[in-house]
Design a protein around this ligand. Structure first.
Ligand code: ADP
Ligand code: ASP
Ligand code: MG
Length: 406
């Protein structure tokens, strides 16, 4: 007997028929004698619809009300899934994040799970009851509903698996595993049987939304055995594992892209100590994470342009924050650009091999694609380019690093 957490993404619970299919997958595990907790997302498209409702009423919305609204998608699917399970004779009940509770910090809109009270739910698991737990939501220290950031149901599932010391956490989605790049961008993408936690973490953090970044962090920290697989087929998926479980390591394991980026340039910022702190401090205080940053040395010693990227969803808020500090920061202008994409090449092999970045730059140059910003980490190189070249860049790099399927 094993203890299993199964997570089903939006397309896997998109309608009643799909929810019944999910119920059958849960039943198969129960029939095999396993204890099961199941974590559904909202129905496909539902969270987007709820976010649009929020922004149609208020552009600079109160994040606590945002959470109250966008968390409701998962409330519907836990109820429906519990009903579908009961309908096929499985003892099951739905929970809400606050009923368990799943405690998070107070950063509404992108809260982090801090702990999960498992006493009651563990008792019920042991009695053979299936737990139907909503993804994406928790309870903040202010006693209000929080959400975990887009794609956060992956994190709910992994956190629950860690708290319950589950033997497996199966992430069912609409692709049958983790690929060398998004299979929707190129048919030449190759499915990986295994990927290291570290590479998966980098891939997720630069935009491969197949797993939410935080879920991979938690899996790595708690040694949760995560498998990504399809809810449509019975093919084996991709296992996320420690580095020593992979025998032959590729130099580059994947290419990722993100179109959810925006670029801000502050024109003519005073070139003096403390200016970066004065700009990024207030953004951080407003929960805005900036990503790539470039600043030049000023030619005339007193002013320079500063460019950085941030999530598109935070753009309006960031501009409002910086405009509010205009007197203090003394910049001449703010320029925002939504027409950008970040393309990244990831691989643990980069640690020991030179020339990976060079191949990236040459490949993009051959396609006439201009690089606006560059950033690197030990196992990743990222560049910012104009959004319209996203597919071209990903496909060209996939070929250039020898990743194409035969
Ligand atoms: P879910 O609703 O199940 O959580 P998501 O849409 O969040 O599904 O994540 C699955 C999607 O991730 C796939 O449909 C695919 O387009 C995308 N994706 C991006 N990069 C990759 C990758 N390297 N491997 C597999 N899927 C990827
Ligand atoms: N429903 C949420 C979203 O769309 C969480 C998730 O699907 O993981 O972002
Ligand atoms: Mg997802």
């Amino acid at each position: 007997m094993a203890r299993i957490v199964q997570k089903f993404g939006g397309t896997s619970v998109a309608n009643v028929e799909r929810i019944r299919a999910v119920a059958l997958r849960v039943k198969a595990e129960v029939d095999a004698g396993n204890q099961v907790a199941v974590v559904p997302s909202a129905m496909a498209g539902e969270t987007n619809r709820l976010v649009e409702l929020v922004t149609s009423v208020s552009k600079l919305y109160d994040a606590r009300e945002y959470d109250t609204i966008v968390s409701t998608g998962e409330q519907v699917t836990v109820g429906l899934l519990a009903l579908a399970l009961q309908d096929i004779g499985i003892q099951a009940r739905s929970w809400l994040g606050w009923q368990i509770p799943i405690h998070t910090n107070g950063v509404h809109g992108k809260a982090r799970i801090e702990s999960i009270d498992i006493e009651e739910i563990e008792k019920r698991l042991e009695r053979g009851e299936v737990l139907v737990v909503p993804g994406f939501q928790g309870l903040g220290p202010d006693n209000r509903i929080t959400t975990l950031g887009r794609g956060g149901s992956d994190t709910s599932a992994v956190a629950l698996a860690a708290a319950l010391k589950a033997d497996r956490c199966d992430i069912y989605t609409d692709v049958d595993g983790v690929y060398t790049t998004d299979p929707r961008i190129t048919p030449k993408a190759r499915k990986l049987d295994k990927i290291t936690y570290e590479e998966m973490l980098e891939m997720a953090s630069v935009g491969a939304k197949v797993l939410q970044t935080r879920s991979v962090e938690l899996a790595m920290k708690h040694g949760v055995r995560v498998q990504v697989l399809s809810s449509y087929t019975d093919e084996p998926g991709t296992l996320v594992v420690d580095e020593d479980e992979i025998v032959e390591q590729e130099l580059v394991s994947g290419i990722a892209y993100s179109r959810d980026e925006a670029k801000i340039t502050l024109v003519s910022v005073p070139d003096q100590p403390g200016i970066a702190a004065a700009i990024f401090g207030p953004l951080a205080d407003n929960g805005i994470n900036v990503d790539m940053i470039v600043q030049n040395i000023s030619h005339d010693n007193n002013a320079t342009d500063l460019t950085f990227t941030l999530p598109m969803a935070d753009l309006e808020r960031a501009i409002a924050t910086l405009e509010g500090k205009r007197g203090e920061l003394n910049f001449a202008d703010i320029r925002a650009d939504k027409n950008v994409a970040k393309i990244s090449v990831i691989g643990v092999g980069m640690r020991s091999h030179a020339g990976v970045a060079q191949r990236m730059f040459t490949t993009l140059a051959e396609k006439g694609i201009n690089i606006q910003v560059i950033s690197t980490s030990e196992i990743k190189v990222s560049v910012l380019i104009a959004e319209e070249y996203t597919e071209l860049a990903v496909r060209a790099l996939h070929t250039a690093y020898g990743l194409d399927a035969d």
